[in-house]
Design a protein around this ligand. Structure first.
Ligand code: AMP
Length: 214
């Protein structure tokens, strides 16, 4: 099964993609996670990507397309995967089409999670991530006693790109560069819209229905 999970910054793609990958036993492939890992390890890729990410800009297409091409060749992707945060430009979507055509595989569903921008802004500025286990929390909904992860005790931090000015820029970038990708899949009649508002379980339920309903 191949799923593309699509939606604006902060809509909950990462959280839901992780749950769905477990549910359907498919790999969770998130370009943002791969890039953050490269930054944490101080690799050349990480150094190149950091400047763009801190400013809320997209990392150049050739870089992320290269990452995805390599990642899709890994063993765990053979059973299917869910793409989270890719493709984000028309050029990436076209490159992905070529990769799939060459491999003779086809996307089962492109699911677009939809939530109002003002709500997303509040969610993003309240997001905290565990430096140790990568779990994502939200100050608005999770009862956090201190600055430590309730799951593993790791340090919780705010992503540099979750600051208000950067988020504004990320929304602009989404409107200009990523929204057309939505139209790209919509025109191919591959897109299913899902309301992303509500608690995590409710949204997972809607997404599961959308994925299974093909
Ligand atoms: P995310 O975790 O998906 O919100 O991604 C965080 C940041 O990583 C984005 O704001 C971009 O700077 C970069 N990034 C992630 N995926 C892509 C992509 N497909 N194309 C370009 N930049 C990306």
């Amino acid at each position: 099964m191949i799923i593309i999970l699509f939606g604006p910054p902060g809509v909950g793609k990462g959280t839901q993609a992780k749950i769905l990958s477990g549910k359907f036993n498919i790999a969770h492939i998130a370009t943002g996670d791969i890039l953050r890992e490269a930054i944490a390890h101080g690799t050349e890729l990480g150094k190149r990507a950091k400047n763009y990410m801190d400013r809320g800009e997209l990392v150049p297409d050739d870089v992320v397309i290269g990452i995805i091409e390599a990642r899709l060749k890994e063993k765990d992707a053979a059973n299917g995967f869910i793409l989270d945060g890719f493709p984000r430009t028309i050029m990436q979507a076209e490159a992905l089409d070529r990769v799939f055509a060459k491999a003779g595989v086809k996307v089962d569903r492109v699911v677009s999670m939809e939530v109002d921008k003002d709500i997303l802004m509040d969610r993003l500025t309240s997001r905290r991530v565990c430096r140790n286990c990568g779990s994502i929390f939200n100050l608005l909904v999770d009862k956090l006693d201190g600055a430590l992860c309730p799951k593993c005790g790791g340090e919780l931090y705010q992503r540099d790109d979750d600051r208000r000015e950067t988020i504004e820029r990320r929304f602009e970038v989404y409107q200009k560069q990523t929204k057309p990708v939505r139209e790209f899949y919509s025109a191919k009649k591959m897109l299913v819209e899902v309301d992303g508002l509500g608690d995590i379980e409710a949204v997972t339920g809607r997404l599961t229905k959308a994925v299974k309903g093909y």
